[in-house]
Design a protein around this ligand. Structure first.
Ligand code: BGC
Length: 372
């Protein structure tokens, strides 16, 4: 159980020691080296309600914390950076001692995090890294590079690329240019696929094949928007796929893009079956799991957001108890100011045959959510 909420003088006395005992925090935080406790007053800032996963992420963590006696303020920012900044400001002025932030634009939160630090709040970057600020204490996420690797390897295996098969027509997409995760997803996938592009086993008729991992943003879809992905796919299909040429495979970094791409393919006359392209995804959103069952999407990379919530809950327990915060990666996530101590969870591939065992039996989705 989390420590009971402390009030009045106890808070004043202990707040200064918030989290100062973690071995991964710099020693200049001051406070009680023997393990002080601090108030469980948490602000959770999520990007948008328009994507299922963030609704689940926010509500599950909020419930867990409230059940443990914490004060929680959960906000969604409609994918608008200014809105998210003012929500975080309100949380700070409302006394939040721990901020859990899934950033919309991970490079814009420096000033508001200065305010957070001036009140000794501990900042946990949730799922997405916050860049360019010293004031990010921890990062909890899934292994983002691995998400991309799983997508790339899936394509490699399905097309038997390692045995030299091809050529296949590939259309690659990347995530939102302002989301730090998007570059890791792309790099993970492109490190597997680009060698096959170079060998000519994968051909990109639209020419939208980034020259290297760092060029990923050139094919990024702003805000991870399904309609923008659909419009982009419409353009590629109408400009580069005349004369019966067919798309064989689409690298889609997540499910919201995949939905748009699938809508575009549908309106261009593609139907499920042998000639339907392989399409990747991420998140196991209900609509995409349905698409997997219908043969309109080949896979999704499932990140059990309950496990991420549990991990952040554990971090908050450790912070409020003045204990060392457990992390498992202190190398990968350099935000430009520091390497942020991180806890990385493991994503996994879900295909049609796994829907029941992985998603439904585990309670992540209900059978009725996906028409079973
Ligand atoms: C998350 C993905 C999600 C995407 C769009 C990324 O930062 O890691 O799970 O699909 O944002 O919301």
């Amino acid at each position: 159980m989390l420590k009971k909420i402390l009030t009045g003088a106890a808070i004043a006395a202990l707040a200064v020691g918030l989290g100062a005992c973690s071995s991964t925090r710099p020693a200049d935080g001051g406070g009680d080296a023997a393990g002080g406790t601090s108030e469980c007053n948490v602000g959770i800032a999520m990007p948008t309600r328009s994507l299922e996963r963030w609704i689940n992420d926010g509500e599950q963590l909020q419930k867990k914390l409230q059940d443990a006696g914490c004060t929680v303020d959960l906000q969604y920012a409609d994918n608008k950076t200014d809105q998210q900044i003012s929500q975080i400001q309100n949380q700070i002025s409302g006394g939040a001692k721990i901020l859990v932030i899934a950033a919309i634009d991970g490079s814009t939160l420096g000033p508001v995090l200065e305010e957070a630090k001036s009140q000794n709040a501990t900042v946990i970057a949730y799922d997405r890294l916050i860049n360019g600020s010293e004031n990010v204490d921890y990062y909890a996420t899934f292994d983002n590079y691995k998400v991309g690797t799983l997508q790339g390897q899936f394509i490699e295996e399905q097309l038997d690329l390692a045995s030299g098969a091809g050529p296949f027509n590939l259309e690659p997409f990347a995530g939102s240019p302002d989301d730090n995760n998007a570059k890791f997803f792309f790099a993970g996938a492109w490190d597997v696929l680009q060698p096959y592009v170079e060998k000519g086993q994968l051909v990109v008729p639209s020419g939208k094949a980034p020259a290297n991992d760092d060029a990923w943003a050139s094919i990024g879809i702003q805000g991870w928007a399904s309609d923008k992905a659909q419009a982009e796919m419409d353009n590629r299909l109408s400009s580069f796929y005349g004369d019966g040429k067919k798309v064989n495979v689409v690298l889609s970094p997540n499910d919201s893009l995949a939905i748009g791409i699938e809508a575009s393919l549908k309106s261009a006359g593609y139907t499920a079956g042998a000639d339907y392209p392989i399409i990747t995804g991420q998140d196991a959103d209900k609509a995409n799991v349905k698409a997997i069952l219908e043969g309109l999407q080949a896979m999704t990379v499932w990140k059990d957001t309950r496990a991420l919530g549990d991990r952040v809950f554990t971090m908050i327990e450790q912070i409020t108890a003045g204990e060392e915060v457990e992390v498992n990666d202190t190398e990968t996530y350099d935000n430009g100011k520091k390497v942020v101590p991180s806890y990385l969870l493991t994503p996994e591939v879900v295909v049609k045959d796994d829907v029941q065992t992985k998603l439904i039996d585990s309670g992540f989705l209900k059978a009725s959510d996906v028409g079973l």
